[in-house]
Design a protein. Structure first.
Length: 249
């Protein structure tokens, strides 16, 4: 007996030519908007400038404060440009109806505006990331202590040796570094880039006091290294991170 053919639902193409924007938004802003329950609530308003010679448009997004959680900035920079990607937006409703809702023709990048509001949020996140939760765990089965006789001799201490040991302990203690997680170190690096735009590796690590290999790994992810020019041997934040960091220089 032949198996019945699988029935394929039709794909509706009425809205295929509708222009759709592919928006890249900050994580905190996207998380707040996901929690919005009212479908008719206005998320914000955008003011755009005229297109440049390169075909790009810049503007400012002002977000409705009622759609945001505490301490999330309300002002964002917007940059719109044409995208070479051939993308379609699909939808599938509860009845199984599948349709193309439009074609992506422009890419819209939203970046937090560098102001006091964003700087305050960065500092608060840095403080929270440095706080570690303490856990109290009871010990049910404690090991029994066995008594034993130990015979030992005490040698006469050497004053000079004691001074050398004390100096060595102080040196080890001062050089000891508390290793951060990668996210904690990344937040700390962002904080230092608020003070100045360019940092040599050695000078930045003097403030961060972390293993150089870990710091290099973080810098490689979020920074550009200048091999020549006036800022030779210095790191600078990549544009997508630089636009969200408030510079106090």
């Amino acid at each position: 007996m032949a198996e019945p053919e699988e029935q394929v639902e039709p794909l509706h193409l009425e809205l295929e030519d509708r222009e759709v924007y592919l928006a890249k938004i900050p994580t905190a802003l996207g998380a707040s908007w996901k929690n919005v329950q009212e479908s008719e609530l206005m998320l914000g308003s955008i003011k755009l400038e005229k297109k440049s010679v390169l075909g790009r448009r810049k503007g400012m997004l002002t977000v409705n404060p009622s759609t945001l959680e505490d301490d999330i900035p309300t002002e964002y920079r917007v940059e719109i440009s044409e995208t070479p990607l051939k993308l379609k937006v699909f939808s599938l409703d509860g009845s199984g109806r599948m349709a193309i809702e439009g074609t992506v023709k422009n890419s819209c990048t939203i970046m937090a505006q560098r102001n006091d509001q964003y700087s305050k949020m960065c500092k608060q996140r840095l403080i929270k990331s440095m706080v570690k939760t303490r856990i109290v765990q009871p010990l049910e089965d404690l090991p029994r202590v066995k008594k034993a006789r130990i015979q030992f001799t005490i040698e006469k201490p050497d004053p000079e040796a004691e001074e050398d040991d004390a100096d060595a302990k102080l040196l080890d203690k001062s050089d000891k570094k508390i290793k951060m997680s990668k996210d904690e170190l990344k937040n700390l690096v962002f904080h230092h880039f608020e003070e100045r735009e360019y940092w040599p590796l050695k000078e930045l690590n003097y403030h961060c006091r972390q293993p150089e290999s870990l710091l290099k790994e973080v810098l490689k992810e979020i920074c550009v290294y200048h091999r020549k020019g006036p800022n030779k041997s210095c790191y600078e934040l990549k544009p997508q991170y630089k636009d969200g960091v408030s510079s106090n220089a």
